[in-house]
Design a protein around this ligand. Structure first.
Ligand code: HDE
Length: 695
């Protein structure tokens, strides 16, 4: 045993390690040393257990109370520590302390999540990903609680419970888990046309990211920055991954969820522990009232983006994740993000979704973490000085000393406690707001289709195809034909070809277009930034090669492959018929990370098959080995093929189909060109050859 309770976990502080040989004594929570942790106290050898056994009672009571309610949304998440470093000062537009001094680092904690699934669901659900960042600034915590998609399904927070109820498992049967492919979701969104821009994003490959490391993050709402004079500049926040954008394909996602439900958390854990620290640039889109007034859409409408072509993204810093948590519960589960946590110099806009969120998050944390003192939990505590008169409550850890616990008071500087500071303290933008009290949606929010179309036309052909495929898949799980038809009626207002493809895929007659709340403004120009394929990585760095080996595989080629992988700063894992590993042609042994059926090719970005003739003959008779190559092929991966591997491809029935992304690994000199080719990540033309829907 090597931990103590001296330092609260998640504080970043050192924990006391028992010296070698100096094993700590097991104690109760009260510190009483325990003599026997194997047997409860009984009356006689075979008699009843005694109520008197306080160690047993304490242990079981504590166990019974181990669970806290999971988050009502974003229950499944994974977090890591790091820092934000300012690279370009924003002092010209904001007095926020974090934006003043170039080069200064601010500690950060990030939690990524899926939205709909429960805590134990799988990582590769088709879903939005949460991208919540807590920045421990010197003027208090700033929580930028964003998503990996820059828009949202609804415009007003009052619809959030309905949206989430519709997406979660249906209440009578409690399925399906972690998916929107069911009647209730599509019923709700098809009756809520404002959701159709977001639907284009969630049906795109954005909703099945390859890794948390390869997705963007967005603050979504329009916020304000305030300078020292209280002048306001509107801002939208963007996190751009240095790793480039990358997603998986749907058939792969379905299989990854079975092969490794923890695919995304394992990926983050492995990358950080392997020293490959993921990094995002923080970008801001800054604009003023004139731009907002002249923009085709309302900047307060969270179902709209501001294309980067109209307002460029200015990069002002970088976020690096360089430390995994010490304890999942203490940090990732207990971290409590609140949109209303913004330091002086940042402020809210009137976006009705943001206004609603500012109420919801504090409320939900009090319920989830059991009381108002959740800010005393180390992961939530600010790292700057704090002083206030809030006191008591469950689990109060930090309590004020002295006599004054109110203000104003006349106890003087030493005993009187903290005082307000009008110059330094948080101030809100002095916005004028007037008008009748009413429940109304502004007319300026009414164009639901133009930006949905803009998103679609910004995609490459293969990405467009995936959107059509995803819609057909999801709607094929919807039982009521009238709901399917209603969805297609909205698609007709977005793109006639997409609507026709989806109707055809479902075997459905084309309905009339839905009646639009307002005529779409215009056919907006494509924006390259909206495509994943156009914003991929420049290298294979941080990607994973799966190397399928058999006994007798060529040692020189294997060594050359490892060198090429290392040069690219990529990683590899060996898959073999037996977990004990293989003996290569030169007699060296290589241990395996996976047995073949435990390491299917869906877990890798590219694969190489290095086998002997005997190995190929053996693997040809193995269904998992045949799946390994057919899946890699079907998922458009780059495949390196050793000289003897052909029999396996023949047995898998794809020997005749091999294309230019199936590269020879016949000699050591082939290794480097193969890894260089892998930079493209996928050979998309192949999908058109292997997918019946595309033919
Ligand atoms: Fe959330 N959301 N949300 N949300 N949200 C929560 O807070 C809510 C919305 C987002 O890793 C809850 O602590 C309302 C948009 C993330 O801990 C809850 C509305 C965006 C996370 C809540 C929204 C988000 C949450 C549940 C509509 C992207 C996970 C547990 C107005 C900009 C944070 C919790 C983490 C979590 C409410 C819409 C992002 C109930 C009412 C839009 C990343 O407070």
């Amino acid at each position: 045993m090597s931990f103590s309770y001296d330092e609260p976990q998640g504080s970043g502080g050192e924990t006391r390690q028992a010296a070698d040989g100096d094993v700590a004594t097991l104690t109760t929570q009260q510190g009483i040393p325990v003599a026997d942790d194997q047997n409860s106290l009984k009356q006689g050898k075979r008699g009843p257990t005694l109520l008197e056994d306080s160690h047993f009672r304490e242990k079981i009571f504590h166990f019974d109370h181990e669970r806290i309610p999971e988050r009502v949304v974003h229950a499944r998440g994974y977090g890591a520590h790091g820092f934000f470093e300012l690279t370009d000062s924003l002092a010209d537009v904001s007095r926020a302390d974090i934006f003043q001094r170039v080069g200064e680092r601010t500690p950060a904690f990030v939690r990524f999540s899926t939205v709909a699934g429960s805590k134990g669901s799988f990582d590769l659900a088709r879903d939005v990903r949460g991208f919540a960042v807590k920045l421990y600034t010197q003027e208090g915590n700033w929580d930028l609680v964003g998503n990996n998609i820059p828009v949202f399904f609804i415009q007003d927070a009052i619809k959030f419970p309905d949206l989430i109820h519709s997406a979660k498992p249906e209440p009578d049967r409690n399925f399906p888990q972690a998916q929107t492919a069911h009647d209730n979701f599509w019923d709700f969104v098809s009756l809520t046309p404002e959701s159709f821009h977001m639907i284009m994003w969630t049906m795109s490959d954005r909703a099945i990211p390859r890794s948390f490391r390869t997705m963007e993050g967005f603050g979504v709402h329009t916020f304000r920055l305030l300078d020292a004079e209280g002048r306001s500049t509107f801002v939208k926040f963007h996190w751009k991954p240095r790793q480039g954008l990358q997603s998986v394909v749907w058939n792969e996602a379905v299989k990854i969820n079975g092969a490794d439900p923890d695919f995304h958390r394992r990926d983050l854990w492995d990358a950080i522990n392997g020293g490959d620290f993921p990094e995002w640039e923080l970008g801001v889109q800054l604009f003023d009232d004139d731009f907002a007034d002249g923009f085709d859409f309302d900047v307060l409408d969270a179902t709209k983006i501001i294309p980067e072509e109209l307002v460029p993204v200015r990069i002002i810093g970088r976020l690096v994740l360089d430390r995994v948590v010490d304890n999942f519960f203490a940090e990732t589960e207990q971290v409590a993000f609140c949109t209303q946590n913004v330091p002086p110099g940042i402020d809210f806009s009137n976006d009705p979704l943001l206004q609603g969120r500012n109420f919801s998050y504090l409320d939900t944390q009090i319920k989830r973490l059991g009381g108002p003192n959740f800010t005393h939990i180390p992961i939530n505590a600010p790292k700057c000085p704090m002083a206030h008169f809030q006191q008591d409550g469950h689990m109060a850890m930090r309590n004020p000393k002295g006599r004054a616990n109110y203000e104003p008071n006349s106890w003087g500087a030493a005993d009187g406690g903290p005082r307000e500071d009008p110059a330094r303290g948080f101030t809100s933008f002095a916005e004028t707001a007037d008008g009748p009290k009413q429940r109304i949606r502004s007319e300026s929010f009414a164009d639901h289709y133009s930006q949905a179309r803009q998103f679609l036309v910004s995609q490459t052909p293969i990405e467009r195809k995936h959107i059509g495929d995803a819609l057909v898949f999801e709607l094929s799980k919807v039982e009521r034909p009238d709901i399917r038809s209603r969805v297609v009626s909205h698609l007709l207002n977005i793109d006639a070809t997409l609507a026709a493809t989806v109707a055809d895929g479902l075997g459905l007659a084309l309905p009339d277009p839905a009646v639009a709340a307002r005529e779409p403004i215009a056919d907006l120009p494509a924006s390259d930034k909206l495509s994943i394929v156009k914003n991929g990585p420049a290298s294979f760095k941080g990607r994973k090669l799966g190397i399928l080996l058999s006994d007798g595989a060529d040692a020189a080629i294997f060594t050359a492959l490892l060198k090429a992988v290392e040069k690219e700063a990529a990683v590899y894992e060996v898959i073999a018929p037996k977990i004990g590993g293989v003996t290569l042609s030169d007699g060296t042994t290589v241990s395996a990370k996976h047995k073949i059926d435990g390491g299917p090719s869906v877990l890798f970005d590219a694969v190489a098959i290095l086998v002997s003739a005997d190995g190929a003959a053996l693997l040809s008779r193995d269904a998992a080995a045949r799946d390994f190559v057919t899946d890699a092929f079907a998922h458009c991966k780059y495949i390196g093929i050793g000289a003897e591997a052909e029999a396996l491809f023949a047995a898998a029935g794809i020997a005749e189909d091999l294309d230019e992304a199936c590269l020879p690994l016949g000699e050591a000199a082939d290794a480097a060109p193969f890894i260089e080719a892998c930079r493209a990540l996928r050979f998309w033309p192949r999908e058109l050859a292997v997918d019946l829907d595309a033919q």
